[in-house]
Design a binder for this molecule. Structure first.
Ligand SMILES: Nc1nc2c(c(=O)[nH]1)N[C@H]1C(S)=C(S)[C@@H](COP(=O)(O)OP(=O)(O)OC[C@H]3O[C@@H](n4cnc5c(=O)[nH]c(N)nc54)[C@H](O)[C@@H]3O)O[C@H]1N2
Ligand SMILES: Nc1nc2c(c(=O)[nH]1)N[C@H]1C(S)=C(S)[C@@H](COP(=O)(O)OP(=O)(O)OC[C@H]3O[C@@H](n4cnc5c(=O)[nH]c(N)nc54)[C@H](O)[C@@H]3O)O[C@H]1N2
Ligand code: SF4
Ligand SMILES: [Mo]
Length: 909
């Protein structure tokens, strides 16, 4: 019998409503919930493929595991044993070294109820503020800036503003990839009213930028200068709203003084853009009846991210572009519940419901509402400092929940050292294949999407229900339950009454959370599960007695500061933390791919999600590549002061000369040695403590790795991946990816041949060693080609030898994927079928599996986006590829038209 469950997507902060179909044992389908006000039925490529991530239990953590001694592996354990171990080891550390010797590192992907219990456990029971989250790497600069400017956290805007805006600025946001369903709403609005203008501020020409009316490809890190220059222009052109400034703000005159030093011409130089483009952007913003700014990690992940946010907010305050439909600064939350985490106060620097640790009255309120005593008045350690404290043994025990810090924190070697040195590490995870799991002394099996229930708050402050479609597999349990069970065991050991931590249901947790918000700026006194069930998702603030939540905040110009006035802050532009130098002359930008999610523990289980960007690659401008004698497809060495990585080179002018881009997703599970964060810097913003993940000084060098290996193997892709992954670290370069639902692809390269490693790979790939294996060997050239047969089908191919040998075997390797039967004599397979294959065809539209070559051919024959949709079907299901289709059409038009427009202006103008 199939059931339909109404729930919310577990990926990005758009917070799309979903209808999940299950057959009682498995989730078999998903579609967008037409009634949800975030997405009205739409889903993106990641949301649509969620059921595929949950299809198999292979790789799921299904039972608790405990490491018995330092050098031993972990063995399966009962819940009682695991929970007792965690409680007694934590109690012991607290007894010996005090509460600040333990730490919790949690996640913006936890549900509000999970988050609430962890926060209460840390702050109310252990009485340490050492609970921080991956939101520190994500939203904390936005939080700092909202608080400094408006007196409270949270965006003043809502999703309806996407349709009401007349000028839209995208600042450091690649919405086409990162918030696709909201991007669909913007596309539809501009299609309905072509006078709407889009300005994109991004050093890269992303798919978002390619659709802009004006793209400002600024030098990374120069946003503060740009916004200062834009406001300078507006002030000296008399385009500001003096009445709004006088009535509702303070600090403008001091800022104006500072801005004297930012004339557009000088700023254009700093930012590396045309002065006319800067003035154009400022004019469009200032003149617009409604200007909306959408911003994300290009602003936040900076050593002065708070000031980047503030400088943009200044533009809104000075022109009165705030507090009305279509106008305002809108920080897009990345994770599905980054906002909920902020609401419950689950960070080291805040208390529940937007209260302050340093405020004695706030602490007293929380103590009274929680029924506990002795909250710590010392701020806890934010993420980077937390792992540093673990590294130098100030923190002895750490509990990591729903995040993968070995992969996602900057300068990851330090994080690995920290976890290797820690006395006691607990990891609460849903999947085995992550870079952090190997460090767990206790591994706790978490229920995941589709199996757990609670609430999340999306980017527009809207609370939605998350519901379970299935029971958790094996011994997996909801995160809140695990936290509560440890609290129950820990309380007596710390001499604290256990009652305040004895939660029996998610609804009880939500009700308690609500009671803490009463009278606060985020008052949700009017929201309970009954209302969410009866009337659907609701926005806060929503005090008791209100008919509905507030779509927009500060409509009356009264802000949450002591005097009700918004604040301007005067500060100067500062350069990035790690300047480029002769030794490290390139700027490294990291960011997202369209179809992958963070460390890929989920999206990396679905072969089709690799199709759009199959290789762990670094993208470089053609001129920079030519200067180094590099060609697309070469293996190159990317190095910073901290570490180096070998990656495949992609060459195109989407990045400016002097800048390179590497996706954040590739981890040690898919790339030998780990991801790009070994090279990034842990410099943080002084206000938000958010690290500068968007900039590091690097170099890229040619690399000679004469020994090459390539393999394609059919079988249980997840099992094959688990077997191959431990081999990746052994080579200078090694990468693995899934393909389709039953194949994996391995590539490797090194200085010298390693016959022993090759045999281990052969075994890991479960290649046969009997008559069903055909081998060709040329000992003189150290070339090996092995073909595994299943009847007439080629079931696996392993090739090792020179670069030319591997390149010459591409069509043989491709036979495994194509599952073409071989009709001639077996031994002829090496001769007849070798030779270079056609270059790999990228899949642009994932839903309809439409390849780049077919799209290019159709465009060459005159098709536009509408015709591509009509003839090839691409872009007609989830729409995630529509920006790229548009970009491919534009590129063809550009190529056809030799007289180009001014360089800074691109797109649909
Ligand atoms: N597909 C996909 N979507 C996701 C996620 C995912 O993993 N995959 N993760 C979610 C999460 S948690 C987050 S936080 C969001 C992130 O969403 P975004 O912030 O939109 O994504 P990023 O690619 O990290 O960075 C955005 C852009 O910032 C630009 N940038 C770099 N440096 C600068 C700079 O100095 N100034 C400016 N103006 N721009 C700069 C980059 O070139 C990049 O295009 O995505 C969410 N959505
Ligand atoms: N270089 C670089 N680094 C970055 C960024 C960047 O742009 N560039 N972006 C940063 C940002 S914005 C973010 S948000 C972080 C994200 O970084 P992480 O938080 O490390 O990302 P995820 O891979 O999503 O980690 C979530 C983990 O929780 C597990 N999980 C899934 N469901 C559940 C559950 O219900 N319970 C539990 N307990 N576990 C579960 C998943 O398997 C996964 O391993 O990365 C940051 N790191
Ligand atoms: S936009 Fe995509 S990833 Fe984000 S919530 Fe919606 S379906 Fe999920
Ligand atoms: Mo994020």
């Amino acid at each position: 019998m199939t059931t339909i469950t109404q729930t919310t997507c577990c990926y990005c902060g758009v917070g799309c409503g979903m209808l999940v179909e299950s057959d009682g044992e498995r989730i078999v389908g998903v579609r967008g919930d037409p009634a949800h006000p975030a997405n009205y039925g739409r889903l993106c490529s990641k949301g649509m493929t969620l059921p595929l991530t949950a299809q198999s239990l292979a790789g799921r953590v299904l039972t608790p595991e405990i490491r018995v001694s330092r050098d031993a592996g972990r063995t399966p354990a009962t819940w009682d044993a695991a929970l007792d171990t965690v409680a007694s080891r934590f109690a012991e550390v607290i007894r010996r070294h005090g509460p600040d010797a333990v730490a919790f590192y949690v996640s913006g992907q936890l549900l509000t109820e999970d988050y609430y219990v962890f926060n209460k456990l840390a702050k109310g029971l252990v009485r340490t503020n050492n609970i921080d989250t991956n939101s520190r790497l994500c939203m904390s600069s936005a939080v700092s800036a909202y608080k400094m400017a408006f007196g409270a956290d949270g965006p003043p805007t809502c999703y309806e503003d996407l349709e009401a805006a007349r000028t839209v600025i995208f600042a450091g946001s690649n919405m086409a990839y990162a918030h696709p369903v909201l991007f669909r709403r913007l596309e539809a609005a501009r299609a309905a009213d072509p006078s709407i203008r889009w300005i994109v501020i991004d050093p890269r020409r992303t798919d978002t930028a390619a659709m802009a009316d004006l793209h400002l490809p600024i030098v990374p890190g120069t946003d503060v200068a740009l916004f200062h220059g834009m406001l300078h222009h507006l002030i000296w052109e008399g385009r500001i709203d003096r009445r709004y400034i006088d009535a509702h703000t303070e600090g403008f005159d001091a800022l104006k003084q500072t801005l004297r030093a930012y004339p557009p011409q000088l700023v254009a130089d700093i930012c590396g853009i045309e002065e006319s483009a800067l003035r154009q952007a400022a004019d469009w913003f200032g003149e617009s009846p409604a200007a909306l700014s959408l911003y994300c990690m290009g602003l936040n992940q900076s050593s002065h991210g708070t000031q980047k946010n503030l400088a943009l907010i200044h533009l809104h305050l000075a022109t009165g572009q705030i507090g009305r439909a279509g106008a305002g600064p809108f920080s897009l939350t990345g994770q599905p519940n980054a906002m909920g985490g902020r609401e419950v106060g689950g960070l080291a620097t805040m208390l529940a419901a937007h209260r302050e640790i340093g405020n004695a009255a706030h602490r007293a309120q929380v103590e009274q509402l929680w029924g506990v005593q002795g909250l710590s008045d010392t701020p806890g350690l934010p993420a980077v400092e937390m792992f540093d404290a673990v590294r130098d043994a100030r923190v002895k025990a750490i509990w990591i929940v729903c995040t993968n810090p070995v992969h996602s924190m900057p300068d990851s070697a330090r994080v690995r050292e920290a976890l290797a040195n820690a006395e006691f590490v607990v990891v609460q995870e849903a999947f085995h294949q992550t870079d952090t799991v190997p460090y767990a002394d206790v591994l706790l099996p978490a229920a995941s999407w589709g199996e757990k229930a609670g609430t999340v708050t999306n980017s527009e402050r809207r609370i939605s229900r998350v519901r379970a479609a299935l029971a958790p597999p094996g011994d997996a349990r909801a995160d809140w339950w695990i936290a509560g069970e440890v609290a129950r065991r820990l309380a007596p050991k710390l001499g604290v009454p256990p009652e305040p931590f004895a939660f029996t249901s998610i609804e009880a947790i939500f009700d308690e959370h609500r009671s803490l918000t009463l009278g606060r700026d985020l008052d949700i006194g009017g929201i309970d599960y009954a209302l969410l069930d009866a009337s659907g998702p609701q926005q806060w603030p929503f005090p008791a007695g209100a008919a509905h939540g507030a779509a927009r905040r500060y409509e009356d110009g009264v802000f949450a500061t002591a005097h009700g006035r918004a604040k301007f802050h005067a500060f100067d532009y500062q350069p990035v933390a790690e300047p480029i130098s002769a030794r490290h002359p390139l700027r490294l930008i990291t960011g997202r791919l369209r179809d992958q999610w963070h460390g890929m523990s989920r999206t990396g289980r679905v072969g089709q999600l690799f199709e759009h960007a199959p290789e762990p690659a670094v993208t470089m401008h053609p001129a920079d590549a030519a200067r180094r004698g590099l060609r697309a497809g070469d293996l190159v060495r990317l190095s910073s002061r901290r570490a180096e990585r070998v990656l495949t080179l992609t060459v195109n002018d989407e990045v400016a000369s002097g800048t390179v881009f590497v996706p954040m997703h590739w981890s040690g599970q898919f790339l030998g040695g780990g991801g790009v964060n070994d090279t990034t810097t842990n410099a943080v913003d002084p206000y938000s403590r958010q690290p500068e993940l968007k900039h590091a000084a690097v170099r890229v060098d040619p690399l000679t790795l004469p020994w090459r290996v390539a393999a394609v193997r059919r079988g249980d892709a997840l099992a094959l991946h688990a077997a191959v992954q431990p081999l990746l670290a052994g080579r200078r370069f090694a990468a693995v990816r899934l393909e389709g639902d039953d194949r994996i692809v391995v590539t490797a390269a090194d200085v010298e041949a390693d016959a022993h490693w090759l045999e281990r790979l052969h075994t890991a790939l479960a290649l046969p060693r009997d008559a069903s294996l055909l081998e060709y060997r040329d000992a003189r050239r150290a070339t090996t080609k092995r073909v595994a047969w299943r009847g007439a089908l080629i079931d696996g191919v392993l090739v090792a030898g020179s670069e030319a040998d591997v390149a010459g075997s591409m069509s043989l390797l491709a036979r495994v994927s194509a599952a073409l039967p071989w009709t001639r004599a077996r031994h002829a397979v090496f001769v007849a079928d070798s030779g270079p294959a056609a270059p790999r065809d990228r899949t642009v539209c994932q839903c309809k599996a439409v390849a780049a070559s077919s799209i290019d051919a159709a465009i060459a024959a005159g098709a536009d986006v509408a015709q591509l949709k009509a003839t090839l079907g691409c872009g007609t299901v989830c729409g995630s590829c529509v920006p790229e289709l548009q970009r491919m059409c534009n590129a063809m038009a550009m190529a056809a038209q030799t007289s180009a427009a001014t360089p800074a202006v691109t797109g649909a103008a």
